[in-house]
Design a binder for this molecule. Structure first.
Ligand SMILES: Nc1nc2c(ncn2[C@@H]2O[C@H](COP(=O)(O)OP(=O)(O)O)[C@@H](O)[C@H]2O)c(=O)[nH]1
Ligand SMILES: [Mg+2]
Length: 510
């Protein structure tokens, strides 16, 4: 396969037509004129070229012309589109034919011979060990030719350079050109099957060693990337565990005089107002339905009716914000910020993680205060639901009379509520500190017989557990973003395995 390669308007198509002695490829003043490639081949090669076109997926515009010419019986001639074309598909086609070619005719023109892209292509041909002849086309001055020859010889002394003089008028095909006669000598050479075979064998060996090299380097690079990702993920994991542990210890808070006073004021306020708002709505509704069914309940439904408006309000964490005595939210924010900082430091450490650093800053959003707040609220159910569940637990085994009495007790709900608030804000530690000094004085004697202190402690314990879990979950969620992004980048081990298998398969081909 002899491929004519070169830049736009260099005269490739004219050269192609001249070599095959037929005006087959369009020659153009309006450039680029050749789209896709024009291939002239012996008719016995048509099928394989057809397959190549179908399988390659990039040769849509490949024009295959079967011609049985004696001097071309072992040759496929290809006129390629410009390797420097503005059309990407042309550049790709040209590059693929570069790889497929056994022999390259590189066309440089007087205007463009010093061009860097062209020089790179010539260099690459030599690196790949491909046979190449360079043609200076449309040559007008001897100076330019000598200049070109000198600069090529400096770098690539063995390179053959042929000059084709510029004709007065733009031709479609050149006749009576000594340079074309000289190039046609190639066809004579490849009339001998032995010559063709030699060329093919060495080309196949080159392809094999080039492919082996690429496969090996690719497998190594992928493995290296995988290893680096594993290291960074392990580091992030370690940073997360450290932050979790630290946060955990800081969640235990001490009660101050000020906190105690706040809790006390809150309880007093709740009880003074006899604030029905804090008797959970649904619990009341359930109770009323049940009681109405059993005792006819005029009293209860009257009482319920009077307070209907207030009952439509929901107690959510928002209404608790001002009562978040010990500020576990602040602690969470600090822990998330510290964790993010640690990851940033990790990515800027002396190990070269600069690529990961960029990825992290582009693809790993850091939670804002608002987001953390929203997650925190989301993590707790509405307080009224929580208290309802606590109440359900509490009334197990009580008599109906006691149950009714408890449903109607503002004090009970106020105690439940404050306990939950304290536990959400400062955990069991805080509750234990203020339980006897601040909360117990508010418990009336009749409630004490229900072992209410133990029950409040139970509530606090459960809420504390839930709070810790929620806070941990939010911090882990931040870490998960990094871990996910980096893990998604890691090439699969099995892909690397496939490459290595391909390599040993290639090695075993003789
Ligand atoms: N005057 C003159 N024009 C030439 C010569 N060789 C090629 N051309 C013109 O240069 C233009 C581009 O040639 P073409 O073969 O289509 O270039 P390609 O883009 O490399 O295939 C055409 O108009 C050709 O006729 C030459 O020796 N003299
Ligand atoms: Mg052309």
């Amino acid at each position: 396969m002899i491929c004519i390669l070169g830049g736009t308007g260099g005269g490739k198509s004219v050269l192609f037509n001249s070599l095959v002695s037929e005006k087959l490829s369009k020659v153009g003043v309006r450039r680029p004129c050749t789209r896709g490639a024009v291939v002239l081949c012996p008719s016995r090669a048509t099928d394989s070229l057809g397959n190549l076109k179908r399988e390659s997926g990039f040769l849509d515009e490949l024009e295959i012309i079967p011609r049985d010419k004696d001097e071309l019986k072992n040759v496929i001639m290809v006129d390629t589109p410009d390797f420097d074309s503005v059309e990407k598909s042309n550049r790709i086609t040209s590059n693929r034919f570069f790889m497929l070619s056994d022999f390259i005719l590189f066309v440089a023109s007087q205007e463009k011979y010093a061009d860097l892209l062209g020089r790179n292509l010539i260099r690459r041909s030599v690196e790949w060990g491909k046979e190449i002849i360079v043609i200076l086309n449309k040559a007008e001055s001897e100076t330019a030719f000598l200049d070109f020859r000198r600069s090529l010889a400096n770098e690539l002394p063995a390179l053959e350079l042929i000059r084709i003089d510029r004709t007065a008028r733009p031709p479609e095909i050149l006749t009576n050109s000594p340079a074309i006669d000289q190039l046609s000598g190639l066809f004579q050479r490849f009339q001998a099957v032995e010559e063709v075979r030699k060329l093919r064998v060495s080309e196949c060996e080159r392809l094999k060693s080039n492919t082996l090299n690429s496969v090996e380097t690719t497998a190594e690079l992928l493995q290296e990337l995988r290893d680096r990702i594993q290291i960074i993920v392990e580091h992030i994991d370690a940073a997360l565990n450290e932050s979790l542990e630290e946060m955990e210890t800081k969640l235990d808070v001490s009660a101050s005089r000020e906190v105690e006073e706040k809790i006390q004021a809150r309880l007093e306020n709740l009880l003074r107002k006899y604030d029905i708002l804090y008797a959970p709505r649904a619990a009341l509704r359930n109770a009323v339905q049940k009681i109405v069914a059993t005792i006819g309940g005029t009293i209860i439904s009257d009482w319920f009716g009077q307070n209907r408006t207030v009952l439509n309000e929901t107690i959510s964490l928002k209404s608790l914000e001002q009562n978040d005595y010990a500020n576990s939210l602040t602690q969470l924010e600090a822990s998330v910020a510290k964790f993010n900082l640690e990851v940033a430091e990790l990515l800027s450490s002396e190990e070269d993680f600069s690529d990961f650093r960029r990825i992290a800053s582009e693809s790993c959003p850091r939670f804002s205060s608002e987001q953390i707040r929203a997650f925190y609220e989301e993590a707790f159910p509405e307080i009224e639901k929580l208290l309802e569940a606590e109440f359900e637990r509490f009334k197990e085994g009580l008599s109906t009379v006691d149950e009714i009495k408890l449903y109607g007790s503002y004090t009970l709900w106020a105690l439940f509520l404050v306990t939950a608030e304290v536990a959400i804000g400062g955990g069991l530690t805080l509750l234990d500190m203020v339980l006897n000094s601040v909360i117990v004085p508010f418990i009336p004697k009749w409630l004490l017989k229900f072992k209410i202190i133990d029950i409040l402690r139970d509530i606090a314990e459960r809420v504390d557990r839930q709070r810790r879990e929620a806070l941990r979950g939010i911090l882990m969620r931040q870490a998960e973003i990094y871990i996910q992004v980096f893990s998604d980048l890691a090439p699969k081990q099995e892909s690397i395995g496939q490459l290595l298998k391909l390599r040993s398969g290639l090695q075993s081909i003789g």
